[in-house]
Design a protein around this ligand. Structure first.
Ligand code: FES
Ligand code: FES
Length: 152
């Protein structure tokens, strides 16, 4: 069974007809060509697919695309403002907060969630609220520093 769904992705209205089992992550990557959000576990365990839906963090792999009629989705591709990186993107560069970079889009989107939700009072608080995002390269200390920098 397929359903037509209309939503706003990074400020642009999009419409797609998708199999009802299609995840938001697959809608973004396979239908819209937005491959910044990564598929790690595809089961809600790694956070590589984190995006914002109506300002809240979600795992794109666990969210059905057909549930998102009228929603506003922000992905890593939607953060730049003209030639300017989002302050958290810049902080990841300044703090050297990645190695392979596979987890980075999800880490940054989750970090933006932390900033917007006000969960940046201490390194411990940031670690707790970023705990759904795994990094196999072990960049956790620098990721925390990047979120702290963006919160200043
Ligand atoms: Fe979605 Fe791992 S790919 S949580
Ligand atoms: Fe490689 Fe995080 S930078 S998985």
């Amino acid at each position: 069974l397929s359903t037509r769904v209309s939503l706003v992705v990074n400020g642009k209205q999009v419409t797609a007809t998708v199999d009802n089992r299609t995840s938001l992550l697959d809608l973004l990557r396979e239908h819209l060509g937005l491959t910044g959000s990564k598929k790690g576990c595809n089961a809600g365990a790694c956070g590589a697919c984190t995006v914002l839906v109506d300002g809240r963090r979600v795992n794109g792999c666990l969210t059905l695309a057909v549930r998102l009629e009228g929603a506003k989705v922000t992905t890593i591709e939607g953060l730049e403002n003209g030639d300017r990186l989002h302050p958290l993107q810049q902080a990841f560069i300044d703090q050297d907060a990645f190695q392979c970079g596979f987890c980075t889009p999800g880490q940054i989107m989750s970090g933006i969630g932390c900033l917007q939700e006000g969960h940046t009072g201490s390194a411990d608080e940031i670690r707790e609220w970023m705990s759904g995002n795994l990094c196999r390269c072990g960049c956790y200390v620098k990721i925390t520093r990047a979120v702290e920098q963006a919160a200043r």
